[in-house]
Design a protein around this ligand. Structure first.
Ligand code: NAD
Length: 366
């Protein structure tokens, strides 16, 4: 039997806690569908600094290069906030993304019917919300050179640069996703102010001509930020650059009720990187209260987009929905004062439902 080799990078804070539940779900899916996974763990972020003095240690780098897919928890540790840039956990994450060349970050944001009351938005605005955010991940302001502080420290610079080739390849991912969904791409930029955004808009429009079955429109980022909360159903695929995507995807996460619920997939030419969208949440780390659903939903994306295994991916997603329909709640999504499950109990509940999945049911693509 072919074995799928997965490099597991639990990272920092709640990363190891939620990743343990993601592994449990993956193993349950493997048992249920007769698929063999080899899961090996490697340090990254502050855990990498502690183990090897490097947020992306050589051993981790080598393991990632060999893996079929990479499953990441989260990185970040307040104790390293003042450390030099090469020792910050986030530098490890940027280096990991750059090594894998994962230029397209996919963040599906769909409201769970069972959790409509957990959102700060009114229920009638949420019904049927199903947005796929496609964010450019390896260019733009987070990578542009020159960057840094002036010698005196009183001025600083970052560089926003995109090439047409970088814009084209991520735009294609968005248009192809739209073809499998509701056929609508909204491209978000700031073309009224930024030359980079003008290039972005022209290039996306040019790529769009190859997809006549997909409707394309453009929004300025400020308008998009408002519309995401005022009328989230207006979006099908939202395509944008790195920093705008970082901000808008966290805003979109609010619609669903908790950052702890959402997965992401980062895709390029080779192995993909799969991680929940939340950070290391040091405020709740080590207390068995983190919501593992974002990490478990990430396993579904890994199965579907990383390994081409749509059926087990659908089984994992159905198990999550079913657990929520049955009333399972971690603290972040429970009504105030109501009893809540711990991270591990929620993970066990979902893994149990994956084990009972009926193989014949059709899977649902994001
Ligand atoms: P965060 O996502 O870690 O936490 C924001 C809030 O959401 C916190 O109140 C936290 O308790 C809550 N939260 C997050 N995940 C949760 C979960 N699964 N269940 C329940 N509640 C959850 O963002 P932050 O506080 O801005 O950042 C903390 C650290 O994480 C920083 O060091 C930051 O740089 C890092 N970070 C890393 C990533 C990543 O690894 N991709 C992403 C974002 C932030």
């Amino acid at each position: 039997m072919k074995t799928h080799s997965i490099a597991v990078l639990p990272g920092d804070g709640i990363g190891p806690e939620v990743i343990a539940e993601a592994e449990r779900a993956l193993e349950a899916a493997g048992d249920r569908f007769g698929i063999d996974f080899t899961l090996r763990r490697f340090p990254v972020g502050a855990a990498g600094v502690a183990a090897a003095g490097d947020p992306f240690p050589e051993e981790t780098r080598a393991a990632v290069a060999r893996a079929d897919a990479v499953l990441l928890g989260a990185v970040g540790d307040p104790a390293l906030d003042q450390a030099p840039r090469h020792l910050r956990p986030e530098s490890g994450l940027l280096a990991l993304r750059a090594q894998l060349g994962v230029y397209a970050n996919l963040r599906p944001v769909a409201v769970f019917p069972a959790l409509v009351d957990r959102s700060p938005l009114k229920a009638d605005r949420l019904e049927g919300v199903d947005v796929l955010i496609v964010r450019e991940l390896t260019g733009g302001l987070y990578y542009g050179e020159p960057r840094g502080r002036d010698a005196g420290g009183a001025a600083a610079v970052n560089t926003l640069r995109y090439t047409a080739a970088e814009i084209k390849r991520v735009a294609r991912v968005a248009f192809e996703a739209a073809q499998r969904r509701r056929g609508h791409v909204t491209s978000v930029d700031k073309a009224n102010v930024l030359e980079v955004s003008q290039l972005w808009r022209e290039t996306v429009a040019r790529v769009g001509r190859d997809y006549p079955d997909v409707r394309l429109d453009h929004l300025y980022v400020d308008t998009a930020a408002m519309r995401l909360v005022a009328d989230p159903r207006a979006f099908d695929v939202l395509l944008t650059e790195n920093m705008f995507g970082d901000i808008l995807s966290d805003e979109a996460a609010v619609l669903v009720g908790s950052l702890g619920l959402l997965p992401s997939a980062s895709l390029g030419e080779g192995a993909g990187l799969f991680e929940p969208i939340h950070g290391s949440a040091p405020d709740i780390a080590g207390r068995d209260v983190a919501n593992p659903i974002g990490a478990i939903a990430t396993v579904a994306l890994l199965l579907r987009h990383g390994l081409g295994l749509a059926e087990p991916a659908g089984a994992v997603e159905r198990a999550i929905s079913l657990a929520l329909e049955q009333g399972a709640r971690t603290r972040d999504i429970a009504e105030s004062g109501a009893p809540a499950l711990g991270t591990r109990e929620m993970g066990e509940r979902i893994a149990g439902l994956i084990a009972q999945e009926r193989q014949s049911r059709a899977s649902v693509a994001p």
